[in-house]
Structure formats: structure tokens, C-alpha cells
Ligand binder design. Structure first.
Ligand code: GDP
Length: 443
């Protein structure tokens, strides 16, 4: 039953100032009236929607708490149904006791994401906006949260809908041709449709291209710190992180495995990997470390080539083997501040000189496009749907004027449907269930 009453603790299960128990569906108001007694009023007063009342909350086990209650009348609520929120003190056991009382009064426990799923089913938010909400909740860096907020604000939904409405228009024009094949569409009209299709394809492809940045935002930008033994790689990692993560030693070959450290720069998560120094005469274990260092470098988004003194042949080879952008970092400038002419920046991992500038340089060199405004695709599901829409538009573009209109229509409808998966209009139950099952209970 769609509107049966569900309840859950919507705040995190930990001790805190306030916990919120949310109840949604038919009968939510009745439950509130049973459990909540506004201060100085009779319990049966009719709740004025969107007004906060203070009073006593009857919880399970004969417990009474003093808190707040607010009622949102359908359809003006998060879920689009009658919703009541009880705000009690933020104790783990206390909030459970309040929830249990709500369940006793007729609600059933909400499943993961069920409130948001109802909001989607009742047309309160689009599917991609719901995903944006999850990204905001689960985001581990400012950029990820910002991207989630953009999705939540409906930016992608609006773009998908705008392309869909153009497609509807084009389908109607082509449809006239299918219905009345004797009245051929004029050539000028065909070339106009072709032009419009090319523009739509470009709009979708522009979104698809941003996924490269979106992936980096989601997974973090990986930076490999490489160079010869004793160049100061481990010291540099520690200086960047601001605490000692890697072992620093004057004996060459100390770092034998890859040491990882995380730092947020420009709102984006960066994962730094301190790799074993690459040198010829290495022992067995160190050799393994060197192999791993090469693997790390091969999948890095940015390499820091650390050296002291002068940028030599080995560093040149390292630079040549870099599959990504590289920054040449001359370390130990406290020992010698003589530029060697090859450096992008000079620092001292020991004294901290130049580390702030290095952080800025790393951010400006490696930051994905759009990181500042969150305008990129961050969800793999959206990337896949948009890629399929671009393909369908492309095949419609190639078919127009060559194949009969009904063939072109099939591709256009395919593009329309795939875009509908983003907004939710054409998403299957399986897609919808998968998305909402990733939410937490209470959301
Ligand atoms: P790695 O082998 O490249 O990881 O180098 P380490 O970070 O272990 O450093 C090797 C040696 O160089 C250690 O004795 C560090 O204290 C020293 N060292 C690292 N950075 C600096 C620096 O900026 N200035 C000076 N004077 N010594 C440094």
C-alpha cells in the first residue's frame, strides 16, 4: 500500500543535541496527536501545518521527553504525504523509544530511502535530484558535495527535459511524415532537423565529457610522488599532509611499499602516493616496491618528480615515462637555493618553505575542469544513460534523409527514453529500487 504510514529516526544514531523521528503517510497526524501533548493545550488540538509546537513526547517504556513537533499537510511536505516530525533529545536509546512508540501507534519501520522514494513517486523530486541528495549526504569532499547539490537543484534534470522537449517537437514533425507519407517533408525542413539534432547531440556529448572530471571528484585525484632514493619524497609527503605518515630516513631505499595520504585541495580530495625511489641497485624487497611505484605512476593523474640539486638523466627518464601531467619539484632548497633552470617549483620539505605554493600548483595543475562550479557528471548511471542518448541521436542524425522517417523516429524515441531514465520518467523499477536502497534508513 503506497500511503501506509512509515516511521524512522532521521538523524544519525549517535548521542547529540536533537534527534528527529519522521513519520509519513496516512495516519501520521493521528500518531502525532497520540504521542505529543503541546504545552498548555489539550492533546486533541488540531495541529496547524508548518507550525512548530513545544510539548511532551510519550515514548515507549513510560518515558516522557520534552521536545518539538511539526506537521506538514499533504501535499506540502517532503514526501508529498502527511508528515510529522518529532524532535526529541538526541539520545540513541531515547530516540529509539520514541520510534517504538510511533510504531506501536500504527506506523511501520521505513525501509532505506523510503521517504525519498515516496517524494520521487509523488512527483516532488526527480530521480537525479534524489541521487544528488545522496551525493550531498555521502560526499567526502567539498567538490563532491557541491556536485551533489547541483544535481539536487535539478540542473541535470532540466537539461535532460529540455532536450526531451526538443525531441518531442522533432518527433511530431517527422510523425507527420509517417502518417501522411505522400506529403514528403521538404528538403529545407530535413536540413533544419539535421542541424537541430547535431546541436542536441553536442549538448549531450558536452555533458558526457565532464564525467572524466566527475570520476576524479568522486575517487579523488591521485598524485604519485616519485624520484630517486633520498630526494626527500617521504619528507615531502609528510610536509604536504602536515603530519608524519611516511618513514623518513637518510638511508636510501627505506620506502619499500607505496604509502598513501589524503588531503583536500581546492575542495577536491587528493590521494598522494609516496613511492619507492627508482634506482638500479635495489634489493629484492625494494625491487618489489619499485615495481609498485611504476604501477602507481602508470595510473596517476599527476606526478611530482622530486629531486635535489639538478634535474638529471634519471629524472628525465621518469618524466618521459609519465602518462600524466608532471610537476618538477626541486627539494632541499634550504641546502641550496640555486635554481637549476628545470624546476617548476623549489621547496624544502624539511623547513616547509614553498609547501603552500606547491599545494596551489598541484591544485591548479590537476584540478578537473568544472571542479569549482560542480558542473559535471558524477554518477556512472548518468554517464551511461547520456552516452546511450548521444549514440541514439547520432544514429538518428545519420539516418535522416537516408532512411524512412519511421526508422529515424525509433532512434529519436530511444534517445528520449534514455533521457527519461535520468529524470526518472522511464526508469525501471529495478533502477529505482537500486538507487533508493543505497540511501540510509530515515532518508
Ligand atoms: P626519500 O627516500 O626520497 O623518501 O627521502 P626521505 O624523505 O626519506 O629523505 C631522505 C633524507 O633527506 C632524510 O635524511 C631527510 O631528512 C632529508 N631531507 C628530506 N627533505 C629535506 C629538505 O628539504 N632539506 C634537507 N636539508 N634535508 C631533507
Amino acid at each position: 500500500m503506497k500511503n501506509d504510514c512509515i516511521a524512522a529516526i532521521s538523524t544519525a544514531p549517535a548521542a547529540g543535541g536533537v534527534a528527529i523521528i519522521r513519520i509519513s503517510g496516512d495516519g501520521a497526524l493521528k500518531i502525532a496527536e497520540k504521542m505529543f501533548t503541546p504545552t498548555g493545550r489539550t492533546p486533541v488540538l488540531s495541529f496547524r501545518p508548518r507550525y512548530m509546537y513545544s510539548g511532551s513526547i510519550s515514548a515507549e517504556g513510560g518515558i516522557t521527553d520534552f521536545g518539538l513537533c511539526v506537521y506538514f499537510r499533504a501535499p506540502h511536505s517532503f514526501t508529498g504525504e502527511d508528515v510529522v516530525e518529532l524532535h526529541c533529545h538526541g539520545g540513541v536509546e531515547l530516540s529509539r523509544a520514541v520510534l517504538k512508540a510511533a510504531l506501536k501507534c500504527g506506523a511501520r519501520p521505513a525501509k532505506a530511502g523510503e521517504f525519498t522514494m515516496r517524494a520521487f513517486i509523488n512527483g516532488k523530486i526527480s530521480l537525479s535530484a534524489a541521487e544528488g541528495m545522496a551525493d550531498m549526504i555521502n560526499g567526502e569532499s567539498t567538490a563532491e558535495v557541491r556536485a551533489g547539490s547541483m544535481l539536487y537543484s535539478g540542473r541535470l534534470t532540466k537539461e535532460a527535459q529540455s532536450v526531451q522537449s526538443e525531441l518531442t517537437d522533432i518527433l511530431a514533425k517527422i510523425g507527420a511524415d509517417v502518417d501522411y507519407p505522400e506529403e514528403d517533408i521538404e528538403r529545407t525542413e530535413l536540413s533544419d532537423i539535421k542541424e537541430r539534432l547535431a546541436a542536441l547531440r553536442e549538448r549531450i556529448e558536452a555533458l558526457v565529457r565532464t564525467y572524466d572530471s566527475g570520476k576524479k571528484i568522486r575517487n579523488g585525484v591521485s598524485v604519485a610522488i616519485c624520484g630517486k632514493p633520498n630526494a626527500g619524497k617521504s619528507s615531502l609527503l609528510n610536509a604536504l599532509l602536515g603530519y608524519d605518515k611516511a618513514i623518513v630516513s637518510s638511508s636510501a631505499g627505506t620506502t619499500r611499499d607505496v604509502v598513501e595520504g589524503e588531503l583536500e585541495l581546492g575542495g577536491v580530495r587528493f590521494n598522494f602516493y609516496d613511492t619507492a625511489g627508482i634506482r638500479e641497485q635495489a634489493g629484492e624487497i625494494e625491487k618489489l616496491g619499485i615495481t609498485r611505484a611504476k604501477q602507481t605512476l602508470s595510473s596517476a593523474d599527476l606526478a611530482l618528480i622530486v629531486y635535489e640539486g639538478a634535474f638529471g638523466e634519471e629524472e628525465g627518464e621518469l618524466l618521459a615515462s609519465c602518462p600524466c601531467k608532471a610537476v618538477k619539484v626541486r627539494n632541499k632548497r634550504d641546502v641550496s637555493d640555486e635554481p637549476d633552470g628545470n624546476e617548476d617549483i623549489s621547496v624544502s620539505a624539511l623547513t616547509g618553505e614553498g609547501i603552500g605554493q606547491l599545494k596551489s600548483l598541484i591544485a591548479s595543475t590537476a584540478l578537473p575542469r568544472g571542479a569549482a562550479d560542480g558542473a559535471f557528471i558524477i554518477e556512472e548511471r548518468h554517464y551511461n544513460a547520456l552516452s546511450r542518448a548521444a549514440e541514439a541521436l547520432n544514429s538518428a542524425y545519420n539516418a535522416i534523409g537516408v532512411f524512412p522517417a519511421d526508422i529515424v523516429s525509433v532512434d529519436l524515441k530511444e534517445a528520449w527514453d534514455v533521457l527519461g531514465e535520468i529524470t526518472g520518467e522511464t526508469a525501471t523499477e529495478e533502477i529505482i529500487n537500486t538507487i533508493f536502497s543505497k540511501f540510509c534508513v530515515g532518508k
